[in-house]
Design a binder for this molecule. Structure first.
Ligand code: NAD
Length: 539
């Protein structure tokens, strides 16, 4: 049974002023670039270490292991991890339940201090964390910096949000009563993040859970457990009591299912693909013996995101925005632009300008800050190449189209552009999650909008146009959770762009927004009759 230490080690801290987004690192500065290279060297000397399961603050080893490797050089092992099986789910649950007894009663100021302490630790070692992201998932410096910055933002933002939430008041105070509205924790949650924002999304869902008083079982993606293990080290340094976050790498099918199905699991915070999200939704919906609640699911899923380019747009900005959003991090963002929907009068020139721009992208090792690194693993590479073959039959190959040979066996794919794609083509409808852009020709704004809305997803979207009227209509009718006008469809910032999609893109949870923490709480109304002689009232 886990021992629960009370969070006496958390150094009390107050937020420093209003929330502000973490500034991006300027790697064009020579000294900063030198420091980044030094961080990469430092982390290189720590690759291949073995990390433990952490349940109730205790470190455990298992027979089965998960090896995470560098996708740019798969023979390089980044970390060796224990593999939690279904049998660990009960142990982790008991530890989380026990910790919940004290953590849920810990003051919100203390819980928020844990997040602020963690933000401070990460900020001081920012480039080191960037380097871990480069090695484990193939992010170049800029993409890694955005992921680390977003992690810090989530910590700072949710700490303030939790403090704000405890000050909530009922809209009305009845005469002769004291009426309160309290947002109390739910219980034990399963946190199941993807590998593509392995720091920010993993940390964001975890700390949103715990700052509101819940305890969690964190199952990181098997492609990125090391960065999650490093985050747990940060939380421990920041004062995390045992059992509040139980760190359990493991397979989705065995450990993941066991935790989702456990009758004492109160909520599941998931970000990942549509199919896994739907499976979790279904498993969580089924009532299990001994279960006394309806499990809450917070599910953020895939996307098939579009950029509309109208004839009256600033074409330079549109080309830059589409290429950045399509090929940043090799198109492996849920928000990536995978469809450019282009007005006929500028179609040919747009396609040619995109081709020229894509030709300048350097594909290679992200550790030397190439524009485009590898895709995450062999299965992803095979799947993307299959879509490219389908796309070659569905349209006209304009750029790329194949894997990039390299002596290290890294999973590199050329930035690929396929034009003359019909709106209902396979590559215009299915999430590819790789560096593939489909270009679709349309006649006018209404047709463009119709095509933009014609998938089952609804995550991000962008439109470039000089028409005020078109922007206003798009604001109303372009049905996505995150719409961008005259800018690219990637790069959501915490606070400014609360993030989450419609339809098959998920439950629209709006991470980094003012409503997010509510999802991790339940509201309790407490009404007290004032005065010496409380009267009895009816229902
Ligand atoms: P994935 O669905 O394959 O895996 C996500 C997580 O679920 C991993 O931790 C995985 O181990 C776990 N998992 C797999 N099967 C499971 C099961 N049966 N039970 C419980 N857990 C299980 O997704 P991925 O490849 O890691 O990430 C890419 C996907 O995530 C893309 O579809 C992308 O669009 C999406 N994504 C969405 C958002 C968003 O905010 N909407 C953000 C990032 C990524």
């Amino acid at each position: 049974m886990a021992t629960v230490t009370l969070p006496t080690e958390i150094q009390p801290r107050s937020p420093k002023g209003e929330f502000r987004n973490e500034p991006f690192t300027n790697f064009k500065d020579h000294e900063t670039a030198r420091q980044m290279k030094a961080a990469l060297e430092h982390v290189a000397s720590h690759l291949g270490h073995e990390y433990d399961l952490i349940i109730g603050g205790h470190r455990l080893r298992t027979e089965g292991k998960i090896k995470s490797v560098n996708p740019a050089r798969p023979s390089q092992v980044v970390g060796v991890h224990q593999k939690a099986g279904a049998e660990h789910a009960e142990k982790a649950m008991q530890a989380a339940l026990e910790a919940f007894e004290s953590w849920s009663r810990t003051s919100v100021e203390t819980r928020a201090s844990l997040l602020l302490n963690a933000a401070e630790i990460i900020r001081k070692r920012k480039l080191e964390f960037c380097a871990w992201l480069t090695y484990e998932v193939g992010k170049n410096w800029v993409e890694a910096d955005a992921d680390v910055g977003e992690t810090i933002d989530f910590l700072e933002f949710y700490a303030r949000e939790a403090l704000r939430l405890t000050k909530s008041e009922t809209p009305i105070q009845l005469p002769g009563e004291h009426d309160q509205l309290m947002y109390i924790p739910l219980g034990v949650g399963a946190v199941i993040p993807p590998w593509n924002f392995p720091f920010a999304i993993m940390a964001g869902m975890t700390v949103a859970s715990i700052v509101t008083g819940n305890t969690v079982i964190l199952k990181p993606s098997s492609d990125s457990p090391t960065i999650a293990a490093k985050f747990i080290e940060v939380l421990e340094e920041a004062g995390l009591p045992g059992g509040v976050v139980n760190f359990c790498p493991g397979s989705g099918a065995s450990f993941g299912n066991a935790v989702v199905e456990h009758p004492r699991t109160r909520f599941i915070a998931f970000t990942g693909s549509r199919d896994v999200g739907l499976e979790i939704h279904e498993r969580a919906a089924k009532h299990r013996k001994g279960q006394i609640w309806i499990k809450r699911t917070i599910l953020e899923m895939g996307g098939k995101d579009s950029t509309v380019v109208m004839a009256d747009s600033d074409l330079d900005a549109a080309v830059d925005g589409v290429v950045a959003a399509a090929f940043g991090f090799s198109g492996q963002k849920c928000s990536a632009c995978s469809r450019a929907i282009v007005d006929a009068p500028v179609y040919d020139v747009f396609v040619e300008r995109v081709r020229e721009k894509v030709a300048t992208l350097v594909v290679g090792d992200p550790a030397v800050n190439s524009n485009m690194g590898p895709v995450i693993n062999k299965a992803a590479m095979d799947s993307i190449l299959k879509y490219i073959e389908i796309g070659k039959k569905e349209g006209r190959l304009v750029a790329g189209g194949k894997a990039v040979e390299n002596r290290d066996g890294g999973f590199f794919i050329e930035p690929t552009v396929i034009a003359d794609i019909s709106p209902n083509a396979v590559i215009a409808q299915e999430e590819i999650f790789g560096p593939v852009l489909a270009i679709i020709k349309v006649n006018g704004f209404q047709e463009a909008l119709g095509v933009a809305n014609n998938t089952e997803y609804g995550l991000t979207g962008a439109i470039y146009t000089g028409s005020r009227e078109a922007l206003d209509i798009a604001s109303r009718d372009y049905h996505v959770g995150n719409l961008y006008l005259n800018r690219k469809c990637t790069g959501a910032m915490v606070g400014a762009h609360p993030f989450g999609g419609f339809n098959m893109s998920g439950t629209d949870s709006k991470a980094g927004g003012p409503d997010y923490l509510l999802l991790f709480t339940q509201a309790k109304s407490v009404a007290e009759k004032l005065g010496s002689a409380p009267s009895r009232v009816g229902i």
